[in-house]
Design a protein around this ligand. Structure first.
Ligand code: SF4
Ligand code: SF4
Ligand code: SF4
Length: 252
């Protein structure tokens, strides 16, 4: 049984390094998407965006392409390894006040939220050509530009931004609240993850002890809703029933 703290550490430190590097590279883009992007759905209309300083002008196609490729191979691994908001949510979860206090029935309902938001975002993007809900602020300093955006945005943009920022902050109370229940990217990636090539799964040796569930900050189990393939639960299993599998793996 590989239940040693050293093997857990050796499994987790590469993830921490990837999270740190991704945060360094993508955090500003993430910030712009939430607090300055004038479009109803951020991150997807960067080619037409007049906010010239946004790092998304150069990064958006690399990031979207990278997310799509990683989803095909590793499901929601972008959430567990690279998303800056996921990294902040990870930090918040370490001090979150209410750990796993949501009943399974309520959790099942809340988990549908990210699919509903994803459908709404798809409608705004495809049927409404992703309207602008804020004035694109072209110049000014970082914080001043953000304040100007808030001053001149429509109530729709303000509502969206307050809900997103509030749901991320709610991660200080309920771990990963935004990622588990609201984020449309998480919802889309979750659909991909069902067909992804590599994923953590539980083999038939699993006897439902629930130790992996207790160790998981996302309050889930391998290959179930909200699993990001982080691997943090692997060494908690007393019968070594958690492993990375792929479609050609016939072991179990
Ligand atoms: S669910 Fe959304 S915000 Fe959370 S880590 Fe995934 S992409 Fe990022
Ligand atoms: S079930 Fe395991 S691999 Fe999936 S998110 Fe939770 S700890 Fe990570
Ligand atoms: S820790 Fe192992 S045996 Fe227990 S529920 Fe998880 S996969 Fe199954």
């Amino acid at each position: 049984m590989p239940n040693s703290s050293s093997s857990t550490l050796s499994r987790l430190w590469p993830r921490r390094v990837i999270q740190a590097v991704s945060f360094f590279m993508l955090a500003e883009f993430s910030y712009y998407g939430i607090f300055r992007c004038p479009f109803a759905v951020p991150y997807v209309s960067c080619a037409n965006c007049p906010v010239v300083q946004c790092p998304g002008k150069k990064l958006w196609y690399i990031v979207l392409g990278g997310i799509a490729v990683s989803a095909l191979f590793f499901g929601r691994a972008f959430c567990g390894y690279a998303c800056p908001v996921g990294t902040i949510s990870d930090l918040f979860s370490s001090v979150a006040l209410m750990k796993r206090k949501i009943s399974p029935a309520i959790k099942t309902v809340l988990q549908k939220g990210k699919y509903i938001v994803a459908i709404g975002a798809a409608y705004l993007f495809f049927a409404m050509q992703n309207p602008r809900w804020a004035v694109p602020i072209r110049t000014g300093e970082f914080i001043n530009s953000t304040m100007l955006t808030f001053e001149h945005a429509s109530w729709l943009w303000l509502s969206r931004t307050i809900i997103v920022a509030g749901a991320i902050a709610l991660g200080l109370v309920i771990p990963y609240f935004f990622c588990r229940f609201i984020c449309p990217t998480g919802g889309v990636l979750e659909l991909f993850s069902r067909f992804s090539f590599f994923k953590y799964t539980m083999t038939s040796s699993c006897f439902d002890c629930g130790k992996c569930d207790k160790a998981c900050k996302q309050d889930t189990r391998p290959a179930q809703a909200n699993c990001t393939n982080c691997g943090a639960c692997k060494d908690t299993c007393p019968v070594d029933a958690i492993s990375i599998t792929h479609p050609f793996d016939k072991k179990d």
